[in-house]
Design a protein around this ligand. Structure first.
Ligand SMILES: *[C@@H]1O[C@H](CO)[C@@H](O)[C@H](O)[C@H]1NC(C)=O
Ligand SMILES: *[C@@H]1O[C@H](CO)[C@@H](O)[C@H](O)[C@H]1NC(C)=O
Ligand SMILES: CC(=O)N[C@H]1CO[C@H](CO)[C@@H](O)[C@@H]1O
Length: 505
């Protein structure tokens, strides 16, 4: 029953929510074109006019409880629900609901036949709930930030598109977050997490791997299994140009001996057709699509890729260019925009260019600071009477993030040119080798300390479910309750919360 005060809060929410971002959902546009959605996924906004269910489900680190994020009247996720539910703990996105009415939700992806590193109890990782903040119009929401080994899947699709049947799909990705590994995909894949041969899947791929296109990438391509195609054959398609705007609309559609790739900037302009023509030879005509849906992984659960997903749908039937052009108009009208990645700025006296030290706040260790010995990052008891060498080893210069200018990197005072980075989830101090990988591994985004105000928790940009933690005196990036010993839930909140002080040296 509604109390007077909850009605009051509801009215306030309505007033704040303003005018609808889009009266018509993208699935209404596809349906009007005769190619209805069989699945519609977004943690950011509604894709079906009038959809009132949950957009996604959260799993909370403190107690494993579920939270459900629904939309505001303007169609954008009500992240006040998430902010309240996840306060003083961590949250992961554990389910992305299908808004189409077909119940084709996306779940934590199970183990596949690709042998690819650490999977949690056989499953891929789940995405952090705060890794991809974004604005839609004036309203903040969160996308799905896929780190390596993270993935979602549903192998039992209601109304699945199989064999050589016609289908379409689009997704919105982040044109600045990608890599060349296999495979940041969204779309149709195998139903048993294996790779039985060519033509068994038809999914959007986004990254700089595969058969590529013109420029330096990233490119939208088609993962047709055993090949990321940009054109008619296993060759570079020079017509397929890089799509590196911050928000990218990517489109793939296929039917009997015909397929097309289209793409553009999700915030302005129209779509370019990158390829439209016949199927590649040798096993792709006819296609033998199996009809599962994957997000962030390849069909056999190849899970080394990274990327960001904001929204996407799959349709029955081959959508017309005209229908897709209207979908692009809807997306542009929604006004996607960037949101800050740093949720708590360091005090101004410790801002970029200044030297800081970081003190542990766990009871055991509150005289200990982040320090290094060679490449090993550990905590050391440091005080004003410590040796100069020890003081220097515990002092760090704050820089603009090497891998993302919205966050920070930390350079060693006693070893200029060397930065704190993560490698196999361990913190290390290494000399920058100038690669994108190093830059991304050395980029961290501070937020309010999980154990309380006045402290800071320092999130890995590339693995946002992981934070700087001391564990047995050594530095890691740790996930709350993850598969490794240093992910232990016990004393997690204190171990990942740091007091930022003026540098010792
Ligand atoms: C958004 O969520 C908050 C927190 O649960 C709630 O108080 C508010 O009423 C919601 N707004 C709307 C419009 O539903
Ligand atoms: C399958 O999808 C249709 C709509 O396409 C829906 O009416 C039906 O309830 C769904 N069935 C299940 C079991 O979810
Ligand atoms: C920008 C660009 O290169 N566009 C080309 C993409 O490919 C199609 C043909 O498949 C060309 O017509 C476009 O000019």
């Amino acid at each position: 029953m509604f109390s007077r005060s909850s009605l009051g809060a509801f009215a306030l929410g309505l007033a704040l929510a303003g005018t609808p971002v889009n009266a018509e959902g993208v699935c209404d546009i596809y349906a009007a074109g005769g190619t209805p959605c069989i699945a519609a996924h977004s943690t950011v906004r509604t894709l079906v006019d009038g959809f009132t269910g949950a957009l996604y489900r959260l799993t909370r680190g403190s107690d494993g409880a579920y939270g459900y994020v629904t939309a505001l009247p303007n169609g954008v996720a009500n992240i006040s629900i998430q902010d309240a539910f996840c306060q003083s703990t961590t949250c992961l996105i554990s389910k992305i609901y299908d808004q189409s009415g077909s119940n084709n939700h996306l779940y934590q992806a199970p183990k596949g036949t690709a042998a690819t590193g650490p999977e949690t109890g056989g499953h891929d990782f789940l995405a952090s709930a705060i890794g991809a903040p974004v604005y839609v119009g004036d309203t903040k929401a969160y996308g799905v930030f896929i780190s390596p080994y993270t993935g979602y899947r549903n192998n039992k699709i209601n109304g699945s598109i199989t064999g050589d049947d016609a289908e379409g799909m689009y997704a919105i990705f982040d044109g600045t977050h990608y890599n060349g590994r296999c495979c940041f995909d969204y779309g149709n894949a195998e139903t048993d997490n294996s790779d039985p041969g060519n033509g068994r899947m038809e999914a959007l791929y986004f990254g700089n791997g595969g058969y590529k296109g013109s420029g330096d990438g990233p490119w939208v391509q088609a993962d047709l299994e055993n090949g990321l195609f940009s054109g008619a054959s296993r060759a570079k398609n020079e017509d397929n140009h890089s799509l590196n705007s911050r928000f990218v609309t990517a489109i793939l559609k296929g039917k009997a001996n015909q397929w097309a790739l289209r793409g553009g900037d999700a915030t302005s302009g129209s779509l370019t057709t990158m390829y439209s023509g016949k199927r590649p030879n040798s096993g792709y005509n006819p296609m033998q699509k199996e009809g599962a849906i994957v997000l962030g992984i390849g069909g056999d659960n190849s899970n080394r890729a990274q990327g960001t997903f904001y929204e996407g749908v799959m349709t029955k039937g081959y959508p017309s260019d005209d229908t897709e052009n209207k979908v692009q108009e809807n997306i542009v009208a929604a006004k996607y925009g960037t949101a800050g990645l740093v949720a708590a700025k360091f005090p101004t006296e410790f801002s970029k260019g200044s030297t800081i030290s970081l003190r542990a706040t766990t009871d055991c260790c509150s005289n200990r600071y982040i320090a290094h010995s060679g490449s090993t990052v550990k905590t050391e008891a440091v005080s004003s009477s410590s040796s100069d060498d020890l003081k220097k080893s515990a002092s760090w210069v704050v820089h603009t993030g090497l891998g993302n200018s919205a966050c920070y990197s930390f350079e060693s005072v006693d070893t200029p040119g060397s930065y704190i980075r993560h490698s196999s989830y361990k913190l290390q101090v290494d000399k920058s080798d100038g690669t994108t990988q190093f830059h991304e591994d050395a980029t961290f985004c501070p937020q309010t300390g999980i154990n309380g105000d006045g402290h800071y928790s320092i999130r890995s940009w590339s693995y946002p479910a992981r934070y700087w933690r001391h564990f047995n005196g050594v530095g890691y990036i740790a996930g709350n309750g993850g598969p490794y010993d240093f992910d232990a839930k016990y004393s997690f909140n204190d171990d990942v919360s740091w007091a930022v002080t003026k540098g010792f040296a």
